[in-house]
Design a protein around this ligand. Structure first.
Ligand SMILES: [Mn+2]
Length: 372
């Protein structure tokens, strides 16, 4: 036993002397050879630190004057879950989605349906890690997230043709989308939102929050109402996958229309199919720039149990991915996947795998149509 330990220690110390591991030793790195000629980075998708899809990590929040790699699309985590009305846990969503993406790597991500590989296209895609958000004061945390979006989207892009980097946010509860919409408004003006969710999320803060305080009214069920009030979104927005109960039978729907939304319900898929849903969504938003927000609870709990406010009767992962891929041709200026709460997942990581693949599809849409 002691001899084995000595051998292990010896191997470890000699490895430390001769080999420098990159922070993320994913595919696509330069091969590093140990003394015996074995390429230690070969097949190393699970080595090093975990970034989304083994992408390079860039410290996008670096201060002025600090050296920084340029990027066109940035993945940012928003570890915030104190704006929820049901089960918490989505603050660990960013880490969870990255965990679910470990098998995705630039070298082997050729899409069987499209023949494309988003990681080997024109766009430099990086993982910026998580926004540093306080967990003790929602108001401050959301201001920190606003500032993070401003900083990350405000840097010069890698591509000179498309000067503004775009962001995919890993939530976090759905309140975090508000910061992203403030950021897209700053660069592109009002956008149409395609909102995949089982819930409307346009509730008036007086209804959801109960008028207790301004603080209580800013939450994961009101952020689209607030986005409308702030003038960030167009009245050509759409929900997709809606099925959760309403708080007020007529009031909720009237208010939803007022906020600029049309509803595609979950069961519409049984009547018009995936193609019908794609047509409806595309027709609704086609003349505008688009933000896509995917609340993972749009999926049935059978496909995404790990979320705070699960609603039965939702879409399958395959249906959602087909609908997303069918949105090709739209100008996507930003996107997110939110409400992933890993603690409720199973050992097979059903939800994390689904969320990671949704991000992959969103990247596909963004790479396909660059946006000026
Ligand atoms: Mn939601």
């Amino acid at each position: 036993m002691a001899a084995l330990l000595c051998l292990l220690l010896l191997l470890q110390s000699s490895a430390a002397r001769e080999i420098t591991f990159p922070p993320t030793a994913g595919y696509g790195q330069q091969p590093i050879f140990a003394q015996d000629g074995i390429d230690i980075t070969s097949g190393s998708a699970f080595a090093g630190l975990t970034t989304y899809a083994n992408l390079p990590y860039v410290h996008c929040l670096a201060g002025e004057g600090e050296e920084l790699e340029k990027y066109d699309i940035a993945i940012i985590g928003a570890p915030f879950d104190t704006g929820v009305t049901a089960r918490p846990g989505a603050r660990f969503g960013p880490g969870g989605i990255r965990q679910g993406s470990r098998r995705i790597a630039a070298e082997s991500a050729w899409n069987i349906y499209t023949g494309e590989n988003v990681f080997q296209d024109w766009a430099e895609i990086v993982d910026c890690g998580d926004a540093p958000l306080t967990f003790l004061d929602n108001t401050v945390a959301l201001r920190q997230l606003d500032a993070t979006h401003k900083l990350v989207s405000g840097r010069p892009a890698n591509s000179t043709e498309y000067p503004t980097p775009r962001i995919i946010t890993l939530g976090g509860d759905h309140t975090t989308t508000l910061s992203a919409l403030r950021s897209t408004f700053h660069h592109w003006g009002e956008v149409s939102v395609i909102h995949f969710d089982s819930h409307l999320d346009t509730w008036d803060p007086k209804v959801l929050g109960g008028g207790i305080s301004h603080y209580a009214g800013v939450n994961h069920g009101t952020f689209l109402h607030i986005a409308h009030e702030e003038g960030l979104i167009r009245n050509t927005s759409a929900h997709a996958g809606i099925r959760a109960p309403m708080v007020r039978p007529k009031g909720d729907l009237r208010n939803d229309v007022r906020c600029g939304f049309e509803i595609v319900k979950a069961r519409d898929i049984d009547r018009i199919g995936v193609a019908g849903i794609i047509d409806k969504l595309k027709n609704r938003v086609k003349h505008s720039k688009v933000y896509i927000s995917v609340d993972i609870d749009v999926l049935d709990p059978a496909f995404a149990p790990a979320t705070g406010t699960a609603e039965v009767g939702g879409w399958t992962t395959r249906e959602l991915l087909s609908i997303l891929d069918g949105l090709a041709g739209l100008q996507i200026v930003g996107a997110d996947v939110v409400e992933v709460a890993p603690i409720y997942d199973n050992p097979g990581e059903t939800t994390l795998l689904a969320a990671a693949e949704v991000v992959h599809s969103l990247l596909g849409l963004m790479v396909q149509i660059p946006v000026v």
